[in-house]
Write a protein that binds this ligand. Structure first.
Ligand SMILES: *Cc1c(COP(=O)(O)O)cnc(C)c1O
Length: 477
């Protein structure tokens, strides 16, 4: 017993045993290099890029950014990265950055800085607000929750799926600490009208943050390839901060994002420092305190290894894939949502249940993200695809499978949610397990079919769905 994994072995495991066991654990993981995923990874298919990034990671894996006076290399690597991101996003002289573990942390720190800035200006006795289009990423809800702020999501225009600018003016109040714009948003890939938003926020003196987590490392290259990308970055005066993930279209290993501030004073508000205890000087520019330099070095390596040429060539591959995949969808009668300037696609279909299609495609090895749409605004259920360079190699096969999947999904009935909705009317902690059984995840295993779950989430009160999801996470195997 004591030497089986999960118990501290009396005698150490050998390196072979360790690697074999870890490999066996990954048996049901998807393999990003296969090209079957349309989210989660940003696969280039470039083995040499991975090699150099992993080498750089190992070189710095043991070093700790907690004290940058002991490991000043972190400052050198990060400054190089901030400089490059700032050049890509048209930052001026005073721009300064933070290197974070991901988009959620970058966005969190932007909100944290804006809250502190707001408090300094307006005093402490109001609950500060985050105002954003309903398409903004949930990391802002999370930041609001952690930081005790009120989050107000502005309905989008049901036709364009973009922010309704007239409403923005109404939503901003004296208690608004920050306004968020996305470039682009995740669900539909639309770029918010940052320039027009900035005119409103500047006039009111409100912090404007641009979430370019997804777009920071792809919009500049799409623009260089002649695509008409509207201005979205630090070239616009009213933008106080902007986030860009290096672990998305920067193609670095996970754990790499940047947050840039227009000037050093704004960054001051994002840093936490404490000398209130009898221990070491505690000064954290990020949410994490101890953190490995591995991701910083790997990001530095990926960016410098690809260079502008590398990024442009990878962007071309995505555009080739996009072209073929879009033609496939169009021929099968799908309807595109969003304006499709970027590398994100969202489709709905007039006559098949899109959630069933997701399951049918999953059986064929393709992972499409189901999105609920917005019932109140008549925005239908749809699927999301984040396109990546690897998709150039699989687009023909994908389109072929999509064709047969549509036929199969056409025959399937819409999942019946009525009996479960009745049960949900008086749900108690004790019978959440019954609900999970009914939707096929009672054993705590990941679901093999998701259509029923997606139908439910579309119509359930969000707080109830969120509670059940948390329960599932606690008890899953
Ligand atoms: C991915 C993403 C985030 C969050 O990034 P993580 O790295 O997953 O924390 C935030 N905003 C947008 C628009 C994104 O696409």
């Amino acid at each position: 017993m004591s030497d089986t994994p999960g118990h501290l072995p009396k005698k150490p495991l050998s390196p072979e045993e360790i690697i074999d066991t870890l490999k066996s654990y990954s048996a049901s993981d998807d393999e990003p290099g296969r090209g079957g995923l349309f989210a989660y990874v940003y696969e280039t298919g470039l083995e040499d890029l991975k090699d150099i990034a992993h080498k750089a990671y190992n070189l710095y894996a043991e070093k700790n950014a907690l004290d940058f006076t002991v490991f000043p290399s972190v400052l050198k690597m990060e400054r190089d990265i901030f400089n490059i991101v700032s050049e890509l996003l048209h930052g001026g002289e005073g721009v300064t950055g933070v290197f974070t573990s991901g988009g959620t942390e970058s966005n969190f720190l932007a909100v944290y800085a804006a809250r502190n800035y707001f408090r300094k200006k307006k005093g402490l006795d109001v609950v500060p607000e985050i105002v954003m289009p309903m398409t903004a990423h949930p990391s802002f809800d999370k930041a609001g929750d952690y930081l005790g702020m009120r989050v107000k999501r502005i309905p989008i225009d049901p036709d364009t799926l973009k922010l309704n600018l007239n409403l923005l003016d109404e939503y901003i109040t004296d208690e608004t600490a920050i306004v968020i714009a996305s470039a682009p948003d995740w669900p539909f890939g639309n770029i918010d009208p940052v320039k027009e938003i900035a005119e409103i926020t500047s006039e009111k003196g409100v912090w404007l943050h641009v979430d370019a987590c997804l777009g920071g490392f792809i919009l500049p290259f799409l623009k260089k390839l002649g695509i008409n990308i509207p201005d979205f970055d630090l070239s616009i005066d009213g933008v106080y901060s902007i986030s860009a993930d290096i672990h998305k279209y920067g193609y670095a290993p996970k754990g790499a994002s940047t947050l840039l501030f227009r000037d050093g004073e704004l960054k001051l508000y994002s840093i936490y420092a404490s000398v209130k205890w009898p221990g070491y000087i505690f000064i954290n520019p990020t949410m994490l305190s101890s953190r490995s330099l591995g991701p910083v070095a790997a990001a530095w390596a990926a960016i410098h290894y690809l260079g502008e040429e590398g990024y442009i060539s990878l962007t071309r591959k995505i555009l080739n894939a996009k072209n073929k995949i879009m033609n496939g969808f169009e021929e099968l009668g799908f309807k595109l949502l969003g304006d499709c300037l970027t590398t994100v696609l969202a489709y709905t279909h007039p006559s098949i249940n899109i959630f069933n299609l997701v399951d049918v495609m999953m059986k064929r090895g393709w992972h499409l993200q189901a999105q609920p749409g917005v019932p109140e605004l008549d925005i239908p259920p749809n699927i999301h695809l984040t396109l990546m360079p690897i998709h150039e190699t699989i687009s023909d096969e994908f389109v072929k499978d999509l064709k047969t999947a549509v036929e199969e999904a056409r025959e399937m009935p819409r999942p019946n949610i009525e009996p479960i909705l009745t049960l949900l009317e008086n749900i108690e902690f004790e019978n959440i397990g019954d609900i999970l059984n009914l939707v096929g995840v009672g054993g705590g295993e990941p679901p093999k079919e998701t259509a029923l779950i997606n139908e439910l989430i579309r119509v359930m009160p969000p707080e109830l769905a969120e509670y059940i999801l948390k329960y599932f996470v606690v008890y899953m195997k």
